[in-house]
Design a protein around this ligand. Structure first.
Ligand code: C2O
Ligand code: CU
Ligand code: CU
Length: 484
C-alpha cells in the first residue's frame, strides 16, 4: 500500500520554469465576509440572479451567500479548514463536500452522517483536505430541488507549491430548467424523467450566467477548471482551434493527455482540469461546443482573444503534470472483489449516437418505476430519496483492505456513479485497461458499460454510493458501503 510519491525531478524543473512567471489568478473574487481568518461563513439563502444576462429577467434562486454559483471556497492542502454553514432556507439542508476525503461526520449526509440543519440553525464543518484539486459543495437534503434551484459552489484546494500557469480559471457550468417567465420550472421529481435521462434543462450557465465569450490573451497558458454542477446534463466539450490537455480528473492529477476525439466528457458532478495554450492570433474567436446529445449541440461560450500582442512567442516551456495527491495505492493482487450491478429505468430508451435525451413525448417500453415503485436498483436493492436514518450498508469492508468494485450498468442510460469519502482508481472499461492512470470520485458509465475501479478502504464510516443524476438517486440508484 505504498503512497504515490511526487516526482522530485518534475517539481524541481517546474519550479525553475516557474521562476519569473506571472502567476496571476483570475478566479471570481470572494463575496465580502465569506472568508475570514477563522474560516468561511456560508449562508444558504434565497436570492435573485440574472442567469441569462444583465439585461435579462431575474430568477428566484437558492444560493450560498447570495450568488450562483455560491462563494468560491479556497482551501490549502494539509491545512485545517473551518466552514460555518447557516441555514436561512425554509427547509432542512446539509452541505456535502463532494470529492474531498474527510472524516465521515463531516460528509453532510442527513440521517447517515449528521442531523439535518434546520431552518435558522448552523453547523460547523471542520476537516483538513488531504488532496489538492478542484472539488465542489452542494446540499444532500432534498437534493433534487435544492441543487436544481442553485445551491452549489466550487472548492479549490491549492497545491502546496504554485503551478506554473499564467492564469487559473474556473468554469462552473450549470444546467437550469427555466419557464417562460424566467423562473425555475417546477415539477421536480417527475417519475417519467426519473426513469430516463433525468431533469435536463434548457439553459446552461457558466459561472452563473449565459456566456457569449470569455476573454483570453494570445500566448498565455491557462489552467481551466471545469465543474459540471448540473442535476442531469452530461457534457462533451470541444474547444475549436485548441488542444486542451487533461491534467486532473475529479480533482486528482492524472497523466497529462489529450481527450479522446477532442471531446472532454463531463458528467454531472465531474471535474476536469485542463491546460490550454492560447496559440491563436489576437482578435480571433473560437467556439466552445457541447456536443454530448445527438442533434442538440450548442455553443457554451467562445474563447475571445483580446487585441494585446502575444504574451510569448512559443508555448510556455513548463511541465503540464501536476504533483500527485497522497492516495493510498490499492494492492490489486490481494484485493477483495465486489460487484455492483445497476438495473432499471426505461427498458428501451431512445439511444442514438453518444447520448440521448427524453424529448418529444415519445414513449415506449416499460419502466420499473411505473405505479410508484422505485425506478432503479443496485444489486436488486433500491434506496430512495436523500440520506435518511436507518440506511443499512449493502457491503461492509474491513478497514485497510484493498477493494476492486466491478460496476455493471445493465440499463439503457448513462450514470455518473459517485462514491463518498474515497477516490477510485479506474482500472478498466469493458475489459480494456484505462490509460493515463486516473482516479475519480464520479465514474461516468455509458449504457451497458462494465467498469472496474479499485481503492483502499481506509476511511471508516458509512459512505453513500449513488448516481449523480439526482433524479436517479432519488428513485433508487443509491446504496451505502461501510468501512469498519
Ligand atoms: Cu455530490 Cu452524494 O454527492
Ligand atoms: Cu460526494
Ligand atoms: Cu443514473
Amino acid at each position: 500500500m505504498a503512497e504515490e510519491s511526487n516526482s522530485v525531478v518534475s517539481r524541481r524543473s517546474l519550479l525553475q520554469a516557474g521562476a519569473g512567471l506571472l502567476l496571476a489568478t483570475a478566479l471570481p473574487p470572494f463575496p465580502a465576509g465569506a472568508a475570514s481568518s477563522d474560516g468561511y461563513r456560508i449562508v444558504a439563502e434565497p436570492a435573485r440572479a440574472r442567469l441569462a444576462g444583465l439585461d435579462q429577467r431575474e430568477t428566484d434562486v437558492w444560493t450560498y451567500n447570495g450568488t450562483v454559483p455560491g462563494s468560491l471556497v479556497r482551501l490549502r492542502q494539509g491545512e485545517p479548514a473551518r466552514l460555518l454553514v447557516e441555514n436561512r432556507l425554509a427547509q432542512e439542508t446539509t452541505v456535502h463536500w463532494h470529492g474531498i476525503r474527510l472524516p465521515n461526520a463531516m460528509d453532510g449526509v442527513p440521517g447517515l452522517t449528521q442531523l439535518p440543519i434546520r431552518p435558522g440553525e448552523r453547523f460547523v464543518y471542520e476537516f483538513t483536505p488531504l488532496d489538492a484539486g478542484t472539488f465542489w459543495y452542494h446540499p444532500h437534503a432534498n437534493s433534487l430541488e435544492q441543487l436544481g434551484r442553485g445551491l452549489a459552489g466550487a472548492v479549490i484546494v491549492e497545491e502546496r507549491e504554485a503551478v506554473a500557469v499564467d492564469r487559473d480559471l474556473l468554469w462552473f457550468v450549470t444546467d437550469w430548467r427555466l419557464n417562460e417567465d424566467g423562473g425555475i420550472a417546477s415539477g421536480f421529481g417527475n417519475r417519467m424523467e426519473a426513469g430516463m435521462s433525468g431533469r435536463v434543462g434548457n439553459t446552461v450557465t457558466l459561472n452563473g450566467r449565459v456566456s457569449e465569450a470569455e476573454t483570453v490573451r494570445a500566448g498565455e497558458r491557462v489552467r481551466l477548471r471545469l465543474v459540471n454542477g448540473s442535476l442531469a446534463r452530461i457534457m462533451a466539450l470541444r474547444f475549436e482551434g485548441h488542444r486542451p490537455v487533461i491534467v486532473a480528473i475529479d480533482g486528482q492529477p492524472c497523466d497529462a493527455h489529450e481527450p479522446e476525439r477532442g471531446r472532454i466528457l463531463l458528467g454531472p458532478a465531474m471535474r476536469v482540469d485542463v491546460m490550454i495554450d492560447m496559440q491563436a492570433d489576437p482578435g480571433r474567436r473560437y467556439g466552445v461546443m457541447d456536443e454530448f446529445y445527438e442533434g442538440l449541440s450548442y455553443q457554451l461560450t467562445q474563447l475571445a482573444y483580446d487585441g494585446r500582442s502575444p504574451l510569448r512567442a512559443h508555448p510556455l516551456d513548463a511541465p503540464l503534470d501536476l504533483s500527485r495527491n497522497p492516495l493510498p495505492e490499492p494492492d490489486l493482487a490481494a484485493a477483495e472483489r465486489q460487484d455492483l450491478t445497476i438495473q432499471g429505468g426505461m427498458m428501451s430508451g431512445m439511444m442514438t449516437g453518444t447520448g440521448s435525451m427524453m424529448g418529444g413525448g415519445m414513449m415506449h417500453g416499460t419502466m420499473m418505476g411505473m405505479g410508484g415503485a422505485p425506478s432503479w436498483a443496485i444489486n436488486g436493492m433500491s434506496m430512495t430519496g436523500d440520506g435518511h436514518a436507518g440506511m443499512e450498508p449493502a457491503i461492509t469492508f474491513q478497514r485497510g483492505r484493498s477493494i476492486i468494485l466491478v460496476l455493471r450498468n445493465e440499463t439503457a442510460w448513462w450514470h455518473p456513479m459517485h462514491f463518498h469519502g474515497h477516490s477510485l482508481r479506474v482500472l478498466s472499461r469493458n475489459g480494456v485497461a484505462v490509460p493515463h492512470r486516473q482516479w475519480q470520485d464520479t465514474v461516468l458509465m455509458a449504457p451497458k458499460d462494465v467498469v472496474e475501479v479499485a481503492f483502499v478502504a481506509d476511511n471508516p464510516g458509512d459512505w453513500m454510493l449513488h448516481c449523480h443524476v439526482i433524479d436517479h438517486q432519488m428513485a433508487g440508484l443509491m446504496t451505502v458501503l461501510r468501512v469498519a
